[in-house]
Design a protein around this ligand. Structure first.
Ligand SMILES: [Zn+2]
Ligand SMILES: [Zn+2]
Length: 229
């Protein structure tokens, strides 16, 4: 990884273990070349880590757990550069993914992503515009200084904020809705769904035996009958 924002922040020795909420590194992914150090990353877009949403510029939860508020970075990844500049560690691949997807602040990838998202927002009509997208009529500004949210000529909506890229707060709202039960609750729901799936499968197989597999059942019965003779 050659980008500055990682190099500047990396290599804090893991003197204190991470808070108990972070899972231990997968031993099967352990890289013997990893020196055990972590890299701090600064975010350009929100991520979900250990069931917690972390947004750009927000305090790092790992540092917070150690009693320090630090907004220069948002997470510590279990990866560090070896002597030849290659990232080593259980989260080396994760770091590469985050970089490729434009999550790292001040990276070429995050700048590209910002451009892409802006273009997409323009196509979608996220922001309110001076002219109606439907009738092309002029739309005046309202009391809030922005253009009116509805076209006064044809009633078409002006601006579709719900189609904007998700912010950290938006992600939190979604998670709050889905994580009412908490992590354990979600796992319980998942187990229940698995049980229901298994029951459905069993019932489908039974029906299959009753209908489509009837000839096979007949054949087996005949074979067994022959044996008895
Ligand atoms: Zn930190
Ligand atoms: Zn209109």
């Amino acid at each position: 990884m050659s980008t500055k924002q990682v190099a500047d922040l990396e290599d804090e020795p893991l003197v204190n273990p991470d808070p108990p909420s972070s899972p231990p590194p997968d031993p099967t992914a352990a890289d013997p070349a990893w020196d055990g150090r972590s890299s701090k990353i600064a975010l350009a877009y929100p991520i979900l880590r250990d069931f917690t949403v972390i947004g750009p510029g927000e305090p790092c939860p790992t540092c917070k757990a150690r009693g320090r508020e630090d907004r220069t970075h948002q997470a510590h990844l279990k990866t560090s550069k070896d002597s030849s500049g290659v990232q080593r560690g259980p989260e080396a691949a994760h770091l590469a993914t985050l970089q490729a997807m434009g999550f790292l602040r001040n990276s070429p990838e995050s700048r590209q992503r910002a451009e892409d998202e802006a273009r997409l927002a323009a196509v979608r009509g996220v922001a309110r515009a001076a002219n109606c997208r439907a009738c092309k009529g002029t739309i005046a500004r309202g009391e809030d200084g922005d253009f009116l949210a509805m076209c006064p000529n044809c009633g078409n909506r002006n601006g579709l904020p719900e189609l904007a890229a998700l912010t950290a707060d938006g992600l939190r709202r979604i998670l709050a809705r889905d994580l009412v039960l908490g992590v354990e609750g979600l796992q319980e729901v998942e187990k229940q769904q698995l049980r229901e799936e298994a029951a459905k499968l069993a019932s489908a197989v039974e029906k299959g035996l009753a209908a489509g597999l009837q000839p096979l059942a007949e054949m087996l019965r005949e074979l067994l009958a022959e044996r008895k003779r």
